[in-house]
Every structure is written in C-alpha cells, then in structure tokens.
Design a protein around this ligand. Structure first.
Ligand SMILES: [Mg+2]
Length: 390
C-alpha cells in the first residue's frame, strides 16, 4: 500500500515563508459544495462517503468560552506535536534514547532538518489550509476551494507525503477533485481535519460528510477517509467532554461507531510477516480502535510493537489515541512519548497533542510550547477563534 509519509520525498523549504494558500481563481458560492448526482454516485461506489449516521459528537451545547479554549488547544496542539516530533520523524526509537530531555523542547534543525526551533511541517500547513478554506466558504467544506488551496500550498510544502504530492499534481494537471485522490491509506488526510471538528462539532452529520470530502481530495481510500472522520469527530467530542470522567472504553466504542459511517473493508497490517504475533488477517480501523482500552496498561514499547506508529493510518490514529489515553492526566508526557517513539513522530504527536488541547484547552501544554517560538502561533490562535465562532 502506498503510504503518505515514511517514503516521502522531503521538499521542505528552510525559510519560514508564509504559505500562500489563497485560491487565485474565482470566488466560491455555497452551491458549489453541493455534489452532483454523478459525483455522489462515483464517490459512493468507491466507499468514500458516509453511510448511516454517527453517534452525536456533542450531546449538549458547549459554552462559548469552552469552545474557544478547546479550539485554541486543538490548533496549537496540532502544531506543537508537529514541531516537537519533526526532528524525530523517520527515526528508530532506539536512536532517540539518551535524548529524552532534549526532546522536551523545540529544537532547531540542521541541514535536512533546517529551520529555527518551533518550525512546523505539512501537518500544520495542511491544517491551516483546511481552516482557511472553512472560513472562506461559510463553515462548510467546498472541495473546489480546498483543492485549490492544496495546489497553492504545495510549492511551500514541508515534509510532504507522496500521496498528497501525487494528488495535488493530478489537480494541477486539470483532474477534478473527486478523481485526483490516490488510493492510499496514509495519514495525510486525518492529520489536517481538526478545524472541521472545531467548526462543525455541534452537528455530527455535516461533520462526518465534510471530513470525508476534505480527505478524498488526496486520499481516495475508505480507511483514510474513515480516519479523517474519526479525528474530526474526536476533536469535536473532546470540546464538550469532562476530563475527570472520560471513559476510554465507552469513548473508543463511540469513536469506532463514528468511524464506521465509512464502509472501510479493512487491510492487513503492514509488515505483518516480520512482526511477532501478526497474521495476514484484514483489520478495520474501527476494530483496531476498539482494541485500544485493553492496551492502556501496557508499557509504551509493548503497546507500540502491537499498534506500530508509522504513516499507515491503521497505525497512526490508534498510536495517537493510545498516547492520549495512557497519559490522560499528563499531556506533556503523552506528547513527548509519542515523539520519542520515532517513525511518523510528528504526525502521531500532532494528533495526540490535538486531543490533549481539545480536552484541556491551551493550559494542557507547558508555556514554553505555546509561546512565540511556535511557528504561526498567532495565526493558529486567530484561526481557532474564528473557527470556534462558526
Ligand atoms: Mg509532517
């Protein structure tokens, strides 16, 4: 299976140039977000649109102040995990031993990893694309708008994944957004949808629909789309959740049900024949999510040997969920441990940190992570406030 990140061609620019994701074409109307019958049938045939309905992400109205704090936490968290994890991306955890203290802070990069400390990568860039698109199109995903933003983003893309690059190249060559996506279950679709969870938290059906649309532009794969629905649903849920009474088993069952609005046929685990105890059996993302509560008592090495933490979203989303629940009361440790396990460290840490931020708000994180050292800190806070006001 073609994966998004691990085999990626790194194309990041060492300069902190502002990514220009503004569409350079016509203005958009809400009507463009309506799918034609032809497009809907094409996407449904490929199992890329929700069927049925997910459990409500929020069962009651979330007060405005909480919505804003959760939005800020989710947006800053996305960037914090990304920036902390970037120097560990693609590395084996054994190679990071002895550097545990250094990874508690943003680090400047040299050479391949150039950029001042706090520099973010594609995870945050693409999240900003989704946020800016939502704000430009009245709080709903209009795929034409988002696709054009991805096209404008790519020249400044950092650590871009093969799937996203290929799909955007298809768009640049004139393909329609509904045919440009690649059949890949990489994590590039899930990692960018926190803004959808923020903006559409109160309305689960459009949340799932728009998370799916935002994903399939690049990832025309049911599991990738399902992961996007799951990430957005959980960000929305955590904005209204009580941190003192979070029940991992109940929540993972609900999340799995939300993921199952996409008819994911499942896939075998990656490298199953080289990993102890694995078989070629097909597993769905929802069923892997249901296994997480039983893994929470295990040491992280054992849990991650089972889940793995690469760019295959069958791995990435469960690994991020494990870090969130296993360190539920200690976000700093949860994020750092996601980073120290290497592999797709930036995306696993980014998604886990988004959960901590959505649940606890900005106060989830130490001050040294939420200040101006974090690239786009001001812009992310502004985007969060605007998304929470939708
Ligand atoms: Mg990245």
């Amino acid at each position: 299976m073609l994966l998004c990140h691990d085999e990626a061609m790194e194309t990041r620019d060492s300069n902190r140039s502002e990514p220009n994701t503004e569409p350079n074409t016509d203005a958009f109307s809400a009507e463009q977000g309506e799918l034609s019958d032809l497009v809907r049938i094409s996407l449904s045939d490929r199992k890329l649109l929700p069927i049925g309905s997910a459990p409500p992400a929020q069962r009651q109205l979330v007060p405005s102040a909480r919505r804003i704090d959760s939005a800020r936490g989710a947006m800053l968290g996305t960037a914090i995990g990304d920036a902390l994890g970037r120097p560990a991306e693609g590395r084996h955890p054994a190679g990071l031993r002895g550097q545990e203290e250094a990874f508690r802070d943003f680090q400047p990069w040299g050479g391949y990893y150039s950029g001042p400390k706090g520099t973010i990568t594609d995870d945050t860039q693409m999240t900003m694309c989704v946020a800016q698109s939502l704000l430009a199109t009245r709080g709903r995903i209009v795929p034409e708008d988002l696709a054009r933003r991805f096209v404008n983003w790519l020249p400044n893309g950092r650590g871009t994944g093969h799937t996203c690059v290929t799909a955007v190249n298809h768009l640049q060559m004139g393909e329609n957004w509904w045919t440009a996506g690649v059949a890949s279950a990489g994590n590039g679709a899930a990692m960018r949808v926190a803004p959808i969870g923020i903006a559409l938290g109160a309305d689960t059906t459009p949340l799932c629909h728009d998370a799916a649309l935002s994903a399939l532009i690049t990832h025309a794969d049911p599991m990738a789309v399902a992961s996007s629905v799951g990430h957005a649903w959980l960000i929305a849920h955590l904005a209204g959740a009580n941190a003192t009474s979070l029940d991992p088993t109940a929540l993972m069952n609900e999340l799995a049900a939300a993921i199952e609005v996409i008819d994911d046929p499942g896939a075998p685990e990656r490298e199953w024949n080289q990993r102890t105890g694995k078989t070629r059996a097909v597993i769905t993302l929802a069923n892997r999510v249901r296994e997480i509560p039983a893994l929470l008592g295990k040491p992280i090495g054992e849990a991650f040997d089972y889940l793995y933490n690469g760019a295959f979203v069958l791995e990435t989303l469960p690994a991020a969920l494990w870090c969130f629940f296993a360190y539920q009361d200690d976000p700093e440790e949860g994020v750092i441990n996601a980073v120290l396990r290497g592999h797709d460290a930036d995306t696993v840490a980014s998604m886990a940190a988004a959960y901590f931020g959505a649940l606890h708000g900005v106060a989830a994180f130490p001050d040294r992570w939420t200040g101006e050292d974090l690239e786009y800190q001001t812009q992310l806070l502004n985007l969060a406030d605007q998304l929470a006001a939708i």
